[in-house]
Write a protein that binds this ligand. Structure first.
Ligand SMILES: Nc1ncnc2c1ncn2[C@@H]1O[C@H](COP(=O)(O)OS(=O)(=O)O)[C@@H](OP(=O)(O)O)[C@H]1O
Length: 948
């Protein structure tokens, strides 16, 4: 009836009724017409007729093809009602087709038993321990990528080395153990394996591991080859009888090619069946049949399949070749993902027989982590999706939206709301008024239609004349959003009260998994994701590097991963994606269909205000911080859009003395300042020579704040005539940079080619010096507790004592801290000063440093630094602007080089033990990177005897 009503207008229908009542001949004609219609309807494709039947529902829900063609036809109706009836053209946009199938395999036994109970005393910020056999291997990279996507914190440790500390103060540090290679775990040395298993049992921590048929890939390098050989040997040892070490599981590799060939009807009937009953599946829809080859599969060919008869094990996913269909004997089923509820040895496990490149394994990995951790690492099933359309009026004539495209926009909103549960879904349109009505007549009609239907959408001001304020605004990155265009944020707040926006890191995008939101100047900035379509992607046939790429991106690729693993996704699309081939519908319909077919994800929509509240209040609390300030100097496009002072790039420091505290950093800073080419930062009234920009709360003050420390005229410093080729080097010293975890990344982002100087002195002496410093400042913890009491205090001690202990001990763990810096800077950009040498022979120390910095001219520090008997330290002779040197040396302030009793024996002994492991690590680290270890470290490694 609906179809009839659509085919004929109301007037035609009434006329028809009048005819029917008048003549019997018309009655006859009507009957013939009716018979023809019935006949036609019976010939219609079955899914339409049996939409409620089970089979049809599967096909409709799963296959974007038939479902969408139905939707397409109804949408066609609505589009036709608006624009297409004008032109009479059929819908132009392509549809993304894929098979959505349900498993019909008999269910495999499942482990319904409870997970083992342990003490469950985990630290509240429990991490995942990622045990890797191949640090740079593809599986490790995949795992790290997925963990970053899920924002789960992790610690990587090699399987063949001693395990990291698993507990701290009676609490477990790790909530799950993830491994790139089960065979490496099974071949671990007995002590490590015992320790790990014991930890897992005691703290009810599960294990998730991959077991590859090939034993892990990788090529090149002698070391790499040796590792491969080792792995191969491990595998061979493991397969002697096919049993996986001491687990009651047998494994055998299987080739997908062979499986497909052996199937009677080709690849169509080969797939991975996901259990309907397994307790592991959560994000992944149970009972699906994922077709092979799986989208996202990098195609290594061989899968590892498992077999077990132990009742504690359950099959999460398996192959079943169709030529043995309905094989209730179970002989043709080959498990690819296996779960172990822990009834065998008290440890819950999930084992994967392939890497994590296929989307199914990415989803099952998230499920496995949630299951083995009893929900600790479980994400919500809600996924909020917002779609922005940039520059709705901007585009060359011939590519812009027509009235029917605008109607399709409204119809799509409605369809997504009802079909995908995106209740209230509304497109956000970027208003760029300057370009309104700049197309051909049909396109101008499209622009007009957009305005007529304006209330169907949300709008944000964008680009030219931001005269449509709304509480959500997109940063116009053309005018310099990145790092953050500070005046723009200020204007948003003060003029339009805008407090939410989203942004990309223009012009260098980070991969989706690394994008983070931030709050700046009261504006909450959500990270924006890319969905593979841009202004220039207009037609599917012309999609860059082939349409197959876009297909893969949606069906299990990066875009699928983005929504699968991120609770909140803001996508930026562009006006031409909704005209022409309407690629936006191709992408999002395909994506939503694929997600609803294969996962239990609940698609949601919220307006930007709510979205920002959700994002910053719950899921990403830690992101309520300042943005990461990137250098506007590194890229010409950045420099072009930088709206701040033009000499910023020349003035940003290229040398940083990072501490740690109490190692002589002030002395080094003062001595370096004597050099005419080195220009220190302006003094701060409270922190003196220290800028402390990269630590909180100063970091939030922004780039201009940092710049202000270096914005002075040359007269401020000594006006030497230096080598004409030499340029001034701005530098700063902040001793608290060294051990703050966020600082190396922040420094690298803003000063990518800076040189870093750190001073290493005996950590025991450093800890004691800090205690004396606090004592001199009247710190109650230092006043009321002895040094020994402070450093040996435990978690039951008063808060201020624990804090002091922390500040005494933590910066001395040099190896761990230096590794953080080495992750950002190559060792050749990091100079390490021996603290004892700086104190006892500063001239030689600074000479070496000025050579490393390549300074011209070289300054003779033996003339400038003189030992002062009264002070017991070296003092300096200031250099005057007329190149003369002051006669009377000046010493550092009374807070540097204090007089206090020597450290007591008991404290020293305690600290020697405390730092033993760290010092050994430091020694190795320095050797590995070809540094000469400082004298005190050599002496300690030499059993306390000084080394010549
Ligand atoms: N020439 C000279 N003059 C004075 N002091 C010197 C000098 N060379 C090294 N030292 C040692 O520097 C220690 C202070 O370190 P910092 O400047 O890094 O301290 S701070 O973190 O900036 O507060 C300071 O620590 P204390 O002896 O505990 O006061 C000194 O041991």
């Amino acid at each position: 009836l609906n179809a009839f009503q659509r085919l004929f207008s109301a007037r035609q229908l009434c006329a028809c009724r009048r005819c029917l009542t008048r003549s019997p001949r018309t009655w006859l004609a009507a009957c013939v017409l009716l018979v023809l219609c019935v006949h036609y309807l019976l010939l219609l494709p079955r899914p339409l007729l049996t939409a409620n039947s089970d089979a049809a529902r599967q096909r409709l829900a799963g296959s974007a093809g038939p479902a969408d063609s139905r939707d397409g036809s109804s949408q066609r109706g609505s589009e036709g009602g608006g624009g297409n009836s004008d032109s009479g053209t059929p819908p132009r946009h392509p549809r993304l087709q894929f098979a959505c199938r349900r498993s019909d395999a008999p269910e495999w036994p499942v482990d319904l038993g409870p997970l083992p109970a342990g003490q469950l005393k985990l630290r509240s910020d429990a991490k995942i321990l990622l045990l890797v056999d191949n640090e740079n291997g593809p599986v490790t990279r995949q795992l790290i990528n997925l963990l970053e996507h899920m924002r789960l914190s992790y610690k990587t440790a090699p399987t063949w080395k001693p395990l990291p500390h698993l507990t701290s103060s009676d609490r477990g540090r790790f909530g799950a153990i993830l491994m790139d290679s089960l065979s490496a775990y099974l071949n671990m040395d007995r002590w490590n394996r015992g320790l790990l298993d014991r930890y897992c049992r005691d703290y009810a921590v599960g294990q998730v591991a991959a077991m590859l048929a090939s034993g892990g890939g990788g090529s090149g390098g002698v070391r790499r080859r040796r590792q491969q050989q080792r792995r191969r040997r491990q595998q061979q040892k493991l397969y002697r009888n096919g049993r996986l070490g001491d687990l009651p599981v047998w494994a055998s590799p299987v080739s997908i090619g062979d499986l497909i060939n052996s199937s009677s009807s080709g690849s169509a009937n080969i797939g991975i069946h996901v259990s309907r009953l397994s307790p592991v599946t959560r994000l992944t829809k149970s009972g699906i049949l994922a077709e092979l080859p799986l989208p996202g599969d990098t195609g290594a060919g061989h899968w590892m399949t498992f077999n077990t008869s132990h009742e504690g094990y359950g099959y999460v996913a398996w192959f079943k070749s169709s030529n043995k269909a309905n094989g209730d004997s179970g002989g043709d089923r080959l498990a690819t993902v296996l779960s172990d509820s822990g009834r065998y040895d008290g440890i819950a496990r999930v084992i994967f027989g392939y890497d994590f490149s296929p989307w199914l394994h990415a989803a099952l990995l998230a499920d496995a982590l949630a299951w083995t951790s009893r929900g600790r690492f479980a994400q919500s099933l809600d996924r909020f999706v917002q779609v922005d359309i940039d520059d709705v009026f901007v585009g060359p004539s011939g590519l812009r939206m027509l009235p029917n495209d605008v109607d399709a926009l409204v119809a799509t909103q409605r369809r997504w709301r009802s079909r995908f549960g995106l209740s209230g879904f509304t497109f956000q349109l970027g208003f760029s008024g300057r370009y309104f009505g700049r197309g051909n007549p049909a396109e101008n009609a499209g622009d007009a239609r957009l305005l007529t239907l304006r209330r169907h959408f949300l709008w944000f001001p964008h680009m030219y004349k931001h005269n449509k304020p709304h509480t959500y605004a997109i940063s116009p990155h053309h005018s310099g959003v990145y790092p953050v265009h500070e005046p723009l944020y200020a204007a948003w707040r003060s003029v339009w009260s805008i407090n939410v926006t989203s942004t990309e890191e223009y012009p260098h995008l980070r991969p989706a998994r690394r994008r983070r939101g931030f709050v700046y100047n009261g504006v909450r900035v959500l990270p924006r994701e890319t969905c593979g379509i841009y202004t220039h992607t207009v037609r599917l046939a012309d999609y860059p590097r082939g349409q197959q790429r876009l297909r893969q991106l949606v069906l299990g690729g990066e875009l699928f991963h983005t929504v699968l693993l991120h609770p909140i996704c803001v996508f930026m699309t562009h006006m031409p994606n909704y005209a022409n081939d309407r690629l936006a519908y191709y992408v999002f319909d395909g994506l939503f269909n694929f997600l609803t077919c294969h996962t239990n994800i609940r698609l949601r929509w919220a307006d930007p205000q709510r979205l920002a509240t959700l994002y910053f209040n719950s899921a990403h609390r830690e992101e309520r911080q300042a943005p990461l300030w990137l250098s506007p100097c590194a890229d010409p496009r950045h420099r072009e859009i930088w709206a701040g002072p033009k000499d910023l790039c020349a003035r940003l420091p290229s040398l940083l003395i990072v501490g740690p505290q109490k190692t002589g950093s002030t002395a080094l800073h003062t001595f370096l300042s004597l050099h005419p080419q080195l220009l220190p930062s302006i003094k701060h009234p409270r922190t003196f020579e220290e800028v402390q920009f990269f630590t909180d709360p100063n970091y939030a003050k922004g780039l201009l704040h940092y710049y202000s420390y270096f914005n002075y005229t040359r007269e401020f410093t000594v006006n030497f005539t230096v080598d004409p080729g030499a340029r001034p080097i701005y530098f700063e010293k902040s001793a608290n940079y060294f051990d703050q975890a966020r600082v190396p990344g922040r420094v690298k982002a803003l000063l990518p080619s800076a040189r870093i100087v750190a001073i290493l002195m005996d950590p025991a002496q450093r800890a004691y010096s800090w205690y004396q410093h606090q004592l001199a400042h009247g710190d109650p913890a230092a006043t009321n507790y002895s040094f020994y009491q402070v450093i040996t205090s435990d978690d039951a001690a008063p808060r201020e004592v624990r804090q002091l202990r922390h500040r005494c001990l933590r910066p001395g763990r040099y190896a761990n801290i230096l590794k953080r810096w080495f992750r950002q800077y190559r060792p050749r950009s990091v100079y390490l000063v021996d603290g004892d040498q700086l104190r006892n022979s500063p001239a030689q120390t600074v000479h070496r440093l000025q050579r490393w910095l390549g300074l011209k001219p070289q300054v003779d520090y033996t003339q400038l630094l003189l030992y002062n008997k009264r002070k017991g330290f070296y003092c300096y002779r200031p250099v005057l602007s007329d190149l003369t040197v002051e006669r009377r040396p000046r010493c550092l302030g009374k807070g540097k080089g204090r007089r206090y009793p020597a450290i007591d024996e008991a404290s020293l002994a305690y600290l020697r033990t405390y730092y033993r492991h760290d010092n050994a690590q430091l020694y190795k680290l320095l050797r590995r990177h070809s540094y000469k270890p400082p004298g005190w470290l050599l002496a300690l490694q030499n059993g306390g005897k000084p080394v010549a």
